[in-house]
Design a protein around this ligand. Structure first.
Ligand code: G3H
Ligand code: 13P
Ligand code: ZN
Length: 320
């Protein structure tokens, strides 16, 4: 099956009220684990590649790994640039055959964000590529004192529903990443762990009321940082203290309210690390990489199967 576009995947996901996992990949074991898990669960899949992944693995290696996943599985797979930070990077990825790119100019003022996104949209749409933009700032919102669910904080800014409408109309992006209390990494919350789901519903409604239809929304920073995986890492010599992720119920509720793409990277990193640490701790004499990367890959596969089946609801939807 050839690479698919996220536009096709999103239309079906919106109808079925499920979300598609956008899993970050940096190496062969991650690609294999994710692709095999989604194949077994008959789930559509978005493999996403960050600028850092391209620097780490080399774009050609990643492209070939994804080609291998596409040819060895029978599920729809889209390949997406995660957090593209310039027109040039987006253009490179579009020219290499990515079916979707994110242009992340969310740190810029509104008008500048629109302008950068428009430029990417113009080029991408000529090449059948889908564009994700972002409005709001994810960083550290929940860490600022007195800002539980507030619209603004010292570092983070939640997405405003009316601004979201203006942004989508003016930029022409095909999907929108929102800031509703989500953030990247393993330390997302201090105190209560929750997304501002009322804000998500308000964004969705504003887009609908403005004539933009059942508009696809994206949730970054959607790792749930499973406590049992963190405990296993720490049991085998790790030191991950006060980690906290997004509750899986909140992710499930988000996808029932228009979120069609759920970005997961940290949970994959944690699963892989727990597998490696376990072998290193239990078999310190082991030095064959296959003996620790193999079990670690299996942990990632189990995690992805759980996500698509129990959280995202996309298992069984490969052939909608
Ligand atoms: O949101 C960022 C992703 O987790 C990718 O992280 O830039 O370290 O590859 P990275
Ligand atoms: P996590 O750090 O929660 O996995 O988020 C990943 C992400 O948003 C990639 O763009
Ligand atoms: Zn992200």
């Amino acid at each position: 099956m050839p690479l698919t576009t996220t536009k096709q995947l999103f239309a079906k996901a919106l109808k079925g009220k499920y979300a598609i996992g956008a899993f970050n990949v940096n190496n062969m074991e991650l690609v294999q684990a994710i692709a095999e898990a989604c194949e077994e669960e008959k789930s559509p899949l978005i493999l996403q590649i960050s600028k850092g992944a391209r620097q780490y693995a080399n774009p050609v290696y990643l492209k070939k790994l994804i080609e291998a996943a596409v040819s060895l599985t029978n599920i729809p797979i889209a390949v997406h640039l995660d957090h593209g930070d310039s027109f040039e990077l987006c253009k490179d990825c579009i020219d290499e055959g990515f079916t979707s790119v994110m242009i992340d100019a969310s740190h810029e003022p509104f008008e500048k964000n629109v302008e950068i996104c428009r430029k990417v949209v113009e080029y991408a749409h000529k090449h059948d590529c889908v564009v994700e933009g972002e409005l709001g700032k994810l960083v550290g919102a929940q860490f600022d004192a007195g800002e539980a669910g507030g619209a603004h904080s010292a570092k983070g800014v939640y997405t405003d529903p009316d601004d979201a409408v203006r942004f989508v109309k003016e930029s022409g992006v095909d999907s929108l990443a929102v800031a509703i209390g989500n953030s990247h990494g393993a330390y997302k919350f201090k105190g209560s762990q929750k997304l501002d789901l009322d804000r998500l519903r308000a964004i969705k409604k504003a887009l609908m009321d403005a004539g933009l239809g059942d508009y696809p929304l994206v949730l970054h920073g959607a790792s749930s940082v499973p406590s049992e995986i963190v405990a296993e890492i720490n049991k085998y010599g790790g030191k991950i203290i006060d980690a906290a992720g997004v509750p899986e119920e909140d992710i499930a509720e988000a996808r029932r309210n228009g979120v069609v793409k759920v970005n997961i990277d940290t949970d994959l990193r944690l699963a892989l690390t727990s597998g490696i640490r376990k072998v290193f701790a239990e078999k310190p004499q082991e030095f064959d990489p296959r003996k620790y990367l193999g079990p670690a890959r299996q942990k990632v596969k189990e995690l992805v199967k759980h996500k698509v089946h129990d959280v995202l609801g996309c298992a069984g939807h490969a052939f909608d």
